[in-house]
Design a protein around this ligand. Structure first.
Ligand SMILES: Cc1cc2nc3c(=O)[nH]c(=O)nc-3n(C[C@H](O)[C@H](O)[C@H](O)COP(=O)(O)O)c2cc1C
Ligand code: SF4
Length: 405
């Protein structure tokens, strides 16, 4: 069960206060009416807002909207819009929390996105909660038809080209080679894929304007973002915080040795350093923040996640087929106290070989996690090499679907 503590850091923008789902009436009372009718004005406001994607890469939303519109004009095909609610990373809860508490904000954003790029068709893709969302849709009188689609529960289901391939009737794995979905997406139509949180922000940008949006965050990274917090012994929490806020204000790090910032494609950072790091989309990924208590082993945690990530790859490019399973096996050697052989140098070498060579970013994200573990957990690495482990508690910190390990 995920608990919400949104009002601790800022007045919540996206999530209904008190953790109560907002039906359409409550939603309209809270946010006011939604104005349609001028796609050019909406695009201008979007550009001024500086809104970036909240699905992991932090790409400017305006640039994607324009690219899709250009592509539609060039190919003379009507574009399609997809709300990405896959939230396939096992440690993330923010998108399903948002969809559960404020579904109409996402659905407003989806309609606005369709209007802005001139789409007549839209999808909302999720791994869970499809029937609940269909009920929310049934309350509305939207100009653009939205179809809710249930995705298979796989780490790669949420990758944009995997998503459009699935919506086109294929398997939920990244296309290889990957044509940009903005040019050739669902059924080969130019397709705009935006994370559901990005669309919810869009719904507020359209209502209240760019200046209002920029009143939170920093000039370089305006707005707020949803984060999922993992602290062992406490409930998983979803919070909304402004960009620029130090991680230590959100994530309790007393007694922690390190923090995982940005989830399973993210970065391990020593706790003291992580406490000062400001929230920024460049490494926040989809907003997962986890504290690693000093009595746990960061190598064991990384080995478990790495094994999961290696198994999740679609196995259709060299880096995933050969690199990730080898790295996962070698990392498992590092995670066990005793002789390490050449595991450490092998992993570093393989990371260099794999980097930048996948058809999607799965290998690169995985390498980021591995490299940060090798630099952050040097004390544990040395202790393990001498046959000891500093950890006294073996309870896993990071969630990994059990059937996958
Ligand atoms: C392996 C992998 C998994 C991903 N999973 C998700 C996901 O579950 N949800 C999501 O919104 N984006 C996910 N993405 C990012 C999408 O490819 C895409 O960039 C995003 O949905 C675009 O929306 P945004 O610009 O609003 O962030 C994933 C990317 C990769 C490489
Ligand atoms: S890099 Fe890996 S996950 Fe991405 S398309 Fe290739 S095999 Fe699939």
């Amino acid at each position: 069960m995920t608990t919400l503590f949104t009002d601790v850091y800022m007045s919540p923008r996206l999530l209904a206060p008190g953790g109560t789902p907002a039906d359409l009436t409550t939603h309209e009372q809270r946010y006011g009416p939604l104005g349609y009718g001028d796609p050019a004005a909406l695009l201008r406001t979007l550009a001024e807002s500086g809104l970036t994607g909240r699905g992991g890469a932090g790409f400017p939303a305006y640039r994607k909207f324009v690219a899709v519109t250009d592509s539609a004009r060039r190919t003379e095909r009507a574009p399609i819009v997809v709300a990405n609610g896959a939230e396939s990373e096992p440690a993330s809860r923010k998108d399903r929390t948002l969809l559960r508490l404020s579904p109409h904000l996402v659905l407003d954003g989806l309609q606005l996105a369709a209007e802005a790029v001139g789409a007549a068709e839209a999808y909302l893709a999720v791994e869970e909660g499809a029937s609940y969302l269909e009920s929310a849709l049934a309350q509305r009188r939207d100009p653009v038809r939205v179809q809710v689609v249930r995705l298979p529960a796989r780490f790669l289901s949420g990758q944009a080209s995997a998503l459009v391939q699935y919506l086109s009737g294929g398997p939920a794995r990244p296309a290889h080679p990957v044509p940009p979905v903005r040019e050739r997406g669902v059924r080969r139509a130019p397709t705009l894929v935006q994370n559901v949180e990005t669309l919810a922000h869009l719904a507020l940008v359209a209502r209240y304007g760019a200046d209002w949006f920029r009143s939170a965050g920093t000039p370089g990274e305006p707005g707020s973002t949803l984060c999922t917090l993992h602290v062992p012994g406490r409930e998983v929490r979803v919070v909304e915080a402004p960009f620029g806020m130090p991680v230590g204000r959100l994530l309790p790090l007393e007694g922690a040795s390190a923090a995982l910032v940005g989830g399973y494609h993210g970065t391990w950072i020593p706790a003291a350093e992580a406490a000062q790091v400001p929230l920024a989309s460049s490494y926040l990924g989809a907003g997962v923040l986890a504290a690693l208590p000093a009595d746990r082993c960061g190598l064991t945690e990384t080995a478990r996640v790495l094994r999961y990530l290696a198994l999740q790859s679609a196995g259709q490019c060299g880096p995933c087929l050969n690199g990730l399973p080898r790295m996962a096996a070698a990392f498992q050697t590092l995670a066990v106290p005793g002789p390490q052989g050449t595991a450490r140098t092998d992993i570093s070498r393989w990371a260099g070989l794999v980097e930048g060579r996948g058809a999607c970013h799965h290998p690169d994200g995985t390498i980021r996690l591995v490299r940060s573990a090798l630099t952050t957990f040097t004390t544990e690495l040395d202790a393990h090499a001498h046959g000891h482990c500093t950890a006294t508690d073996r309870t896993p910190v990071l969630p990994v679907p059990t059937e996958e390990i």
